[in-house]
Design a binder for this molecule. Structure first.
Ligand code: ADP
Length: 267
């Protein structure tokens, strides 16, 4: 639909703008950081504890600024994606192990993968960080604990509602998908939050905790991967985020290292 296309174009231009600003800003931060370091080491200031305290605070703030610009750059991601065949079963199990070690013990982590699920075609690193982003949101929605469940399902085609949203001239109508869903038993989203959740910079979290770039980055990544993403959520009932990614075609042999480079999707 036209509305969906406009939405995709708006996200695209916000992405370009953000990437440009983040890039320039990062350069400025590098200059500030470099000068702060020179000042910290200046003999005249080395013994001045008040000056060192101020410089230390300025250095920490600059580092936080650099982290934020790093997130902005990831969101606008101008770099190339390298799609390869990814085994979702292995990926989800290693992600779950890591989360079990790091998250609050009151969050139960379950996995339910479809037997014989074919690999998906996606950039492995980006897929992992998309899943991590979604899992962190789930954790934030369950401050008292709850259940985080990863599930994979084979699905023949994209759900109708998501097909129109794709702005992809190369899309293959016959493509089959794997649905990877991440469900939490947390606070859920109101209708208004659900509508806006993919918007860049939209956040309901306190400044310093949320950037509003998590789900918009996920949205950009799955679209570039010729997939789609959907949110099912009810306030008080929890949230399920589902990523649809193309299955690896059963036919052709797996891509070799050299061939992979040719498959890179331009940004
Ligand atoms: P951020 O996490 O930095 O706020 P996101 O783009 O990842 O940015 O999410 C946008 C908003 O969507 C969040 O601020 C939150 O209100 C809502 N949200 C995302 N995931 C969930 C979830 N699992 N449960 C409830 N609300 C969520």
């Amino acid at each position: 639909t036209e509305e969906a296309l406009n939405h995709a174009q708006r996200l695209e231009s916000v992405g370009q703008l953000t990437g440009g600003i983040a890039h320039d800003f990062n350069n400025l931060l590098t200059v500030i950081q470099g000068n702060l370091q020179v000042l910290e080491e200046l003999p005249a200031l080395a013994q001045d504890s008040y000056a060192q305290q101020l410089l230390g605070a300025a250095t920490r703030a600059t580092r936080r600024g650099a982290e934020l610009t790093g997130k902005l750059l990831a969101f606008s991601r101008r770099q190339m994606l390298q799609p390869i065949a990814v085994d979702t079963h292995a990926l989800l199990h290693s992600l779950a192990d890591m989360l079990r070690r790091t998250l609050d013990q009151r969050i139960r982590i379950e996995i339910d993968t479809a037997p014989g699920c074919p690999p998906v075609v996606a950039d492995a690193g980006q897929l992992e960080s998309a899943l991590l982003n979604i899992a962190i949101n789930a954790r934030d929605a369950m401050p008292e604990g709850g259940t985080l469940r990863f599930r994979t399902e084979l699905c023949g085609a994209l759900p109708e509602a998501l097909r129109s949203e794709r702005n992809d001239p190369n899309s293959n109508a016959a493509a089959r998908f794997v649905a990877i869903s991440i469900a939490d038993s947390g606070t859920g989203m109101s209708e208004e939050v659900k509508e806006r959740a993919f918007e860049p910079f939209f956040t309901t979290k306190d400044a310093g905790r949320g950037t509003g770039l998590g789900l918009s980055t996920v949205h950009g990544f799955v679209n570039q991967s010729r997939g789609a993403v959907a949110i099912d959520s009810k306030a008080g009932r929890g949230t399920t985020v589902t990523l649809y990614l193309p299955q690896q075609e059963e036919a052709g042999p797996p891509a070799t290292e050299d061939e992979r480079a040719d498959e890179t999707i331009p940004p």
